[in-house]
Write a protein that binds this ligand. Sequence first.
Ligand code: 5CA
Length: 442
Amino acid sequence: MRLSRFFLPILKENPREAEIVSHRLMLRAGMIRQQGQGSFSWLPLGKRVLDKVNRIIREEQDRAGGQEILMPTIQSADLWIESGRYEDYGKEMLRITDRHERNMLYGPTNEEMVTDIFRAYVKSYKDLPLNLYHIQWKYRDEVRPRFGVMRSREFLMKDAYSFDLDYEGAKAAYNRMFVAYLRTFARMGLQAIPMRADTGPIGGDLSHEFIILASTGESEVFCRKDFLQFEVPGADVDFSDDAQIADIVATWTTPYAATDEMHDEAAWAAIADDEKVSARGIEVGHIFHFGTKYSEPMNARVTGPDGKEHFVSMGSYGIGPSRLLAAIIEASHDDNGIVWPESVAPFDIALINMKAGDAACDRVCEELYEKLRAAGLDVLYDDTDQRAGGKFATADLIGLPWQVIVGPRGVAAGEVEVKNRKTGERQALPVADVLARFGSDR
Ligand code: 5CA
């Protein structure tokens, strides 16, 4: 992508409405635009990161046995009346009537709808386990939307739903999602800590929130230091091995970790002070086991191996991709702007032409641009006629992991400069070596 053609509305001034750094940087870097209270458009730079985040989520959901579907945003109230949640959900639910005066709503979550899909088709335990997920917009009429996409009214959610014959099966399904979440967040460069959590309007008896420690987090959290050392399971983890998955979950749930709603002062007091982490955190994921809470009232049953009918045992598993972008920025930025982890960066490389219009600089840049793209790298080529200082500031602000800087002096010597955004390290490199530098050893 050539910067001269790229829609990147950078803001020079700090937007006054932004109270936290991620909101400020997302607005300044032209990633999002506020359209209303808690409602945002995703501009090209933001949309690219959102897509990368969703890709990692999909890969890990699929690896753990999930199957992607897509359900509508607008739902009929009838299903919610069946489950008993239509009244319970309260003012957070945006209620709508259609031209026939039918009661509709903009889905805040999809337990009812997915249970309806399940009961229409699945009749036997032989079709279990089943895990269906989608990545879809949700609406919650939050009293106080704030911090940009961190707590918005319309937001993206990955929500997965598992169906099993009995508690044992449902617990194994819960464990698989638990491990998939550890991998998902780690791949985005985040250290997420699973903490015992309150189940709120989703219900059920078992629930964990996945928390990123950050001073700007909305929740108060408490955990043992041990978590900071734990190793996240590799790509070779075997999701078909229930015992292996249960072992990983046991390791990650044994040391004390709880959000303030579930905090146990007595257990906390028993931990040595230098073993404790008491901090603020951002909830990026939340998983629930709720058994037959929806299958009973909605009559979702399967025939078991005993020939009898059983209400299916369920769980649901949420991740907020739009909130995740803000959480990643909270965890990874400096005074000059965002520092994207390579796995979610909107482009891999900022190719900076320090003197656009200079024949030698233009020639080297065009050649590198073509070759790097041909090697499969995403390159944002700054071919504008802005002065060099402004170009560096933009590249730092939008946080691409690498900058390849092409200036007249270097080019005369057959060299370019490569800068690592995170460490600030700079290295002069012969033009001929740039491709090998990014093609292999990154
Ligand atoms: N049905 C369940 C799980 S699928 C559910 O709705 N869970 S939830 O309420 O905990 O939401 C799941 C995730 O969505 C949260 O962990 C959070 O990352 C994200 N999320 C929730 N509310 C908002 C919001 N107002 N703005 C941005 N993200 C949100």
